[in-house]
Write a protein that binds this ligand. Sequence first.
Ligand SMILES: Nc1ncnc2c1ncn2[C@@H]1O[C@H](COP(=O)(O)OP(=O)(O)OP(=O)(O)O)[C@@H](O)[C@H]1O
Ligand SMILES: [Mg+2]
Length: 602
Amino acid sequence: MSKQLRSTVTSKNMGATIKRLVKYFTYYKGLFIFGILFTIVGSLGGIVFNTMLSPIIDMLTTNYSLAVFIRYLAIMVFVTLFAAAGQYLGSLFMGRLAQNIIHKIHEEMFVHMETLPMNFFDTHAQGELMSTFTNDVDILNQALEQSVAQILTSIITITGTFIMMLMISVYLTAMILGMLVFVFIAVRFIGKKSTRNFRRQQSQLSIMNGYIAEMMTGQKVIKVFNHEDETIEQFKEQNEALRQSSTDATTFSVMIMPIMGSLSFVAYSLAAMLGGFLVVGGMMSVGNIAAFLQFVRSFFNPITQVSNQLNTILAALAGAERIFALLDELSEVDHGEVKLVTHEDKKYWQLPNGELKALEGAITFEDVNFGYVEDKLVLKNINLYAKPGQKIAFVGSTGAGKTTITNLINRFYEINDGNILYDGIKLNEISKFDIRSTLSMVLQDVNLFEGTIKENIRYGRLDASDEDVIEAAKLANADYFIRTLPDGYDTVLTVNGDNLSQGERQLLSIARAAIANPTILILDEATSSVDTRTEKLIAKGMDKLMKGRTTFVIAHRLSTVRDANAIMVLEQGEIIERGDHDVLMDLKGRYYDLNVGTIILE
Ligand SMILES: Nc1ncnc2c1ncn2[C@@H]1O[C@H](COP(=O)(O)OP(=O)(O)OP(=O)(O)O)[C@@H](O)[C@H]1O
Ligand SMILES: [Mg+2]
């Protein structure tokens, strides 16, 4: 089960989330200020109308005058136009603001994701991450585009209305304030109940998306094992869990509308009755009470409308929490200060004190201990020394830790104890970027990207010319098959190069490694799963590629291992035998068994 992007559930978090969201508004001060300004203009229209009710009615009921009537009419037309323009511009600016914020958040998320360490991706499912990029951002977008403007309008209307009500009658306003206490109690109760459920809804949605993504990529396996029914069953369970959490989430949030509705009716009737008494007692005019009643409407309306958007707002906050949880994931640490520099076409390591050391490609492991997770060591006490240009091979049963060793040379993971030295410099003192720029990997699990063959090979070194690409392909023995394709080097690959055979993909990945001209080369089981002819092609390509480079090779076949300068036999994370082929065969130990007992011996 993968970890979820989820922070602990407290109401303090919600405050922190809102605060953090507000910070994004301040990045676009112009849009924000104009947005608020025009929204205020737009909202004031309503207040002005209601205010005018009182003098108009009083004029109509007491001393009627056509001239005054027309003047009022003109003012109203003007106010209407003004308010409409304000509303339009307000929404326009607020919409732009929301789009800019979402644009920024998207970018921050992607940029941050690129800085995350390998173990983040080990522990988080791809589909679930995808869900944060899509659903969580979408719902936040919706809230920002609609709810924020709505909330703003509401706050302005409520404040303005409140002031006008106070001016008409303090008593009646006090009564309305009393009603507000009930509103707050209801909102607090419902908000508390719903927040947890909306969090559950967003997280369940991401779990389901993770499942869908996994099932999409696993179609072949599902079909061949006839697991369609089980897959559907499991999906139904997830879907049901999502329905359940969404239902729970809305159960409380839909209560808010009727509660607000009834409260506003009660307030309206109370104001009408009390107002009636005040009018009879001569303390208020008919116009006053008519305007006041209209204000009561205007006062409760926005509260009801905002409450109505509670669903979107709470779901968006839950989404924002998950987005921020992703942004708060710790980036890969890199304190490496040693940099790679070039002098007269030769590369050097530049130490912090300015001293230069030639880049040679020597790798040393000193008592290295490492585990992917706490309390479980995968590599124990590893010692090895690869001189520049040497070929070091790792053999051993599955899960012994061979790939893990190569993951450490790349600095994909940080070691628990011991030291890894690169040309005598501690690996964690060298900048990751520079380590990786001297390394190439050819993995069994080839990853190609959507694009042409040329682009995929050039991925190894972006400034390579077309000639370099062809040369690298020739070195990798890939040139021949590429030329037989209708579009040659411009053939477009689908995602992950699925329109090529596995052997062809492997040849391309060798070409991609070759073009980078690395000092250190890592080959992980690159020759398995292809036919003998292709294997020979690959082997030849690799031989050419390995020349003059320090190479770490993990292979199950003798041909790739036999001529290694040193062979390390790994078992359960420990090197149990080491030496060259002849020494190890003479030893008649694990290596000998592996050779005699399996297809490794050819
Ligand atoms: N990302 C990971 N997170 C946690 N544990 C892992 C991870 N990758 C590998 N392991 C564990 O580390 C151990 C060594 O794995 P490794 O991939 O190094 O084996 P290997 O020798 O390359 O095996 P194979 O020959 O099958 O490729 C295994 O027990 C494996 O379960
Ligand atoms: Mg492996």
